[in-house]
Write a protein that binds this ligand. Structure first.
Ligand code: C5P
Length: 227
């Protein structure tokens, strides 16, 4: 069967990655969580004093970009690839509300985007890939065989992210989570370089009232229609 490129874009916490992972596993495709890559650069900046109480040293981060190596390694026990920064597994460290609070500012920097987009295009060049993010169907793979745009109400999304953080044991307030989700949506949709928007040929799926199983079935049907 021919392999295709599947691009999944959408706002924060629309459950893109959960269903994307399932789909990739089922199809035997590579799954790439591009949000994890922007989060990793943000984590690097925080760990290296480029983001602190004094502000954000954008020039310093751009200067240090060549030192940042992001990679993914499949973890059999969890069933998906985890993200590594300069050889160290940082999968759990990048999902905090602190990283979420800065990531959209880091993702607005063109030099950061250029570096990560290049790597993403390389990872997906042989097709057989499910990639999720904000600009996959518009910038990374504008010719993707199947483009999906996931949406859900802001409340549904904030509740999902809140439950995820609480289940991990993080102490967070719901108000802070919803504020972060709305702030990121605004910044991601209004930045100059590669803003988030639905590609003309993307299929929109509002999953506010859909179970994971229903989402998976819908996506799989769309894949079958594309093949
Ligand atoms: O998908 P996730 O919520 O983990 O993404 C974190 C942030 O990374 C987004 O809010 C956005 O600022 C940035 N991002 C991006 N382009 C992508 C993927 C993520 O700008 N392709």
């Amino acid at each position: 069967m021919p392999k295709i490129t599947i691009a999944i874009d959408g706002f924060s916490s629309t459950g893109k990655s959960t269903v994307a992972k399932q789909l990739a596993k089922h199809l035997g495709y590579v799954y790439v969580d591009t949000g994890a890559m922007y989060r990793s650069v943000t984590y690097y900046a925080m760990e290296n004093g480029l983001i602190n109480d004094d502000g954000f040293n954008v020039k310093g981060l751009i200067h240090q970009l060549p030192k940042i190596k992001i990679s993914f390694k499949f973890n059999k026990s969890v069933g998906f690839a985890e993200v590594y920064l300069n050889g160290i597994n940082i999968e759990k460290k990048i999902r905090t509300l602190e990283v979420s609070g800065f990531v959209s500012k880091v993702a607005a920097i063109s030099e950061v985007r250029h570096k990560l987009v290049e790597q993403q295009q390389e990872m997906g060049k042989n097709k057989g890939v499910v990639m999720d993010g904000r600009d996959i169907g518009t910038v990374v793979f504008p010719k993707a065989d199947l483009k999906l745009f996931m949406t859900a109400s802001a409340e549904t999304r904030a509740k999902r992210r809140y439950d995820e953080l609480i289940n991990r044991g993080d102490e967070v307030k719901y108000e802070d989570v919803i504020k972060n989700v709305q702030e990121r949506d605004y910044l991601d949709s209004n930045r100059e370089d590669s803003p988030l928007f639905k590609a003309k040929d993307a299929i929109e799926i509002d999953n506010s009232n859909m179970t994971l199983e229903e989402q998976f079935d819908k996506l799989l049907n769309l894949v079958k229609m594309t093949l």
